[in-house]
Ligand binder design. Sequence first.
Ligand SMILES: [Zn+2]
Length: 116
Amino acid sequence: MTRWRLVLLENPSWGVAQLQAIHRRTRGRCTYCGIRLLWRLHGVRSEQGWEVDHWIPRADGGDNDPDNLWAACWACNRSKSDLTGGEYLTQRWENGLPVNATWIEDGELAIYLTLG
Ligand SMILES: [Zn+2]
């Protein structure tokens, strides 16, 4: 006879309003590579599918505070792994990969966000 165990997932289920705020903040693009993320593909593993990423990884004590939650495409979320958002962006930049940021000056990069 098979015995079953209920496992509580660590990921909370995000509310629609919270997801919309996260998606809108980066103008519907991946925070890291800038690819356009289709709203309806949240949680769907595909090129334009996306997930909620923790800028500071949960493994490093990152929490579910809104400031720590960012939209990321599947590929970025997988390769980011336990890096912080800043470390992952830096790694992409140094490897010549696309980054969702604009060069400003004096070695500064900025990601433009939609406020409100
Ligand atoms: Zn990406």
